[in-house]
Ligand binder design. Structure first.
Ligand code: ZN
Ligand code: FE
Length: 256
């Protein structure tokens, strides 16, 4: 049985650590310091690093950890991230510790973004980086709304019970936007209360699950007429497709 533990980094990043026996995998180590501290306090060997995309808050600790641990580094293809030993594309599969991972390319936030899915333990798990957040999705720094919507659709097609480990604690602000788009969504209202409670005690709101996100995340609810109507009102524009609705909701969020 694996345990999956969040380490806080910078202001709102989480570096996820998967522990199995005395071995560990870390996901998106933007900073080496909290990882080194955790490994030494728990007497763990670092076996592998997983990287979702090139941003510094996800890769900044990579080279230092590799130097000290000689571990494999799985990350996006393209030779643009120093230290990657196993360059990955859509559909690639690999195994580390007791886990089999498959890779999904999810361009949008960045063009190189990938996510890591594993279903061979008793739990299905996804490391979604900055593609899917609880209640929201990543900003479009490099990709188009079309690409991001397709990436989120790809994630949506995973099993509903998938447990999702996102890379930032953005849930509370995402949900205040979600409520503006979808004020009559009862599940969203009650989930927001839970999240506000957790945050008032400075507690983590993650992981989430795909089923929860389908209920509360406006970017996975383009079929919801209330959300589309509110996006039309905000932009004073008729939205004729899910694609247009996605772009309109994303740009509304950017200015929220
Ligand atoms: Zn990022
Ligand atoms: Fe980030």
């Amino acid at each position: 049985m694996n345990s999956i533990i969040p380490l806080s980094a910078f202001t709102d990043n989480y570096i996820w650590v998967i522990v199995y026996g005395n071995s560990a995998i870390v996901v998106d180590p933007g900073d080496a310091a909290p990882v080194k501290k955790f490994l030494s306090e728990n007497n763990l060997n670092l076996i592998a690093i997983l990287i979702t995309h090139h941003h510094f808050d996800h890769t900044g600790g990579l080279l230092q950890l590799v130097e000290e641990n000689k571990c494999s580094v799985f990350g996006p293809k393209g030779d643009h991230i120093d230290g990657i030993t196993d360059a990955l594309s859509e559909g690639d599969k690999f195994s580390v510790l007791n886990l089999n991972f498959s890779v999904l390319e999810t361009p949008g936030h960045t063009l190189d973004h990938i996510v890591f899915y594993s279903e061979n333990t008793d739990q299905k798990i996804l490391f979604s980086g900055d593609t899917l957040f609880s209640g929201g999705c990543g900003r479009l720094f490099e990709g188009s709304p079309l690409q991001m919507n397709e990436s989120l659709q790809k994630i949506s097609s995973l099993p509903d019970t998938t447990i999702i480990y996102c890379a930032h604690e953005y849930t509370q602000s995402n949900l205040s936007f979600a409520l503006a788009t979808n004020p009559s969504n009862r599940k969203l209202i009650s989930h927001s209360k839970t999240v506000n409670d957790l945050r008032s005690r400075n507690e983590i709101t993650l992981p989430t699950t795909l089923i929860i996100e389908k209920e509360i995340n406006p970017f996975l609810r383009l079929h919801d007429k209330e959300i589309v109507k509110n996006a039309e009102l905000f932009h004073d524009l008729k939205l004729n497709s899910k694609q247009e609705a996605f772009a309109a909701i994303r740009s509304w969020k950017d200015s929220f």
